[in-house]
Ligand binder design. Structure first.
Ligand SMILES: Nc1nc2c(ncn2[C@@H]2O[C@H](COP(=O)(O)OP(=O)(O)OP(=O)(O)O)[C@@H](O)[C@H]2O)c(=O)[nH]1
Ligand SMILES: [Mg+2]
Length: 297
């Protein structure tokens, strides 16, 4: 009987500035939306695992919050999550936005290049960058000692299979860390909270999204196909609260409806979703509020 080919596996941290498309890349690799995505920077707040499994390899991706200067305890928590994610990984995937590679991205790349493991660079959103804009940017990257530099589009899919294959080839021999059907380490209640936050991010503008947190109060399975969910949406000012609720409750209704549809799909049951909006001034600096919204070690 022929020897069975050795299984390869490992952890890959995804690192980069806010909004470059880290979570979109992970979702594409996993084949499911395990991390929420929005056009607002600082969408991701926790380390989130996403698992891609094939016949002879498994990669566990660690999506991280975009690197920025923290302005409150939540920001500090996020940056700690991002730096912890680098510990003990088998490879790192640094991500930049093809439309603009700035000083902040360069600092991140320099930092990533200090890591002692295979280092990959994804230049994402190539669908948005014209060749005239992209070429000079790529020229400035070629000298950097990444193991591979790949231009990709997480949204359109360009080169994503190639990048995934290159990452798989860099994985050492190892066990299957997670069962085949497991896509993420996130518990159901955290996924629900994230879905609600995503819908708030998509619907709200300016500074409000950054000040939003979701506290899950209860998830009750009323029957095999009906779940009741209660959650608080935190915001930082009374004026924000009235915007989140909207005229005759329309905004909150829209956020709730969009969230309910996604949660129903995830849970495979009908969902009754009840949301309340609470003003918690400075909650992003208060330990107890951070704990309630899921931001603790
Ligand atoms: N056109 C285009 N848009 C993209 C692509 N990848 C991501 N985006 C968009 O870019 C925005 C940010 O994507 P995210 O995946 O949330 O970015 P992130 O790096 O995880 O952001 P943070 O969690 O805030 O650090 C979203 O609006 C995505 O839809 C891409 O390849 N092409
Ligand atoms: Mg993200």
């Amino acid at each position: 009987m022929a020897d069975k080919k050795a299984f390869h596996s490992g952890f890959v941290a995804i690192i980069g500035r806010p909004n470059v498309g880290k979570s979109s890349i992970m979702n594409r690799f996993v084949g499911e939306k395990v991390a929420i995505v929005s056009n607002k920077p600082q969408t991701t707040r926790n380390k989130i695992l996403g698992v891609a499994t094939r016949e002879d390899w498994q990669i566990v991706f660690v999506d991280t919050p975009g690197l920025h200067k923290p302005r409150n305890k939540l920001g500090e928590f996020m940056m700690k999550q991002a730096s912890d994610a680098r510990e003990g990984v088998d490879a790192v995937l640094c991500v930049v936005d093809a439309q603009h590679i700035g000083a902040g991205d360069r600092a991140v790349m320099e930092d990533v290049l200090k890591m002692n493991c295979p280092r990959f660079l994804a230049v994402n959103k190539v669908d948005l960058a014209t060749p005239e804009k992209l070429m000079p940017q790529l020229d400035t990257l070629h000298d950097l000692p990444f193991d591979q530099i790949v231009t990709v589009s997480a949204q359109r899919g360009d080169n994503m299979d190639t990048l995934l294959e290159l990452l798989a080839q860099a994985m050492p021999e190892g066990p299957k860390y997670f069962p085949d059907d497991m896509m993420t380490d996130q518990p159901e209640r955290l996924i629900c909270a994230e879905i609600i936050r995503e819908k708030a991010l998509l619907n709200l503008r300016e500074e409000i999204p950054h000040g939003i947190g979701v506290e899950m109060l209860a998830i009750t399975k009323l029957s095999d196909n009906l779940t009741e969910i209660h959650a608080n949406i935190y915001c930082e000012r009374a004026s924000h609260k009235s915007i989140i609720i909207g005229k005759q409750g329309k905004m909150l209704h829209d956020i709730g409806t969009a969230a309910r549809i996604d949660i129903e799909r995830m849970m495979g049951t009908k969902v009754m979703l009840k949301l309340w909006v609470k003003v918690r001034e400075d909650w992003r600096n208060r330990e107890s509020d951070l704990r309630a919204t899921g931001y603790e070690e």
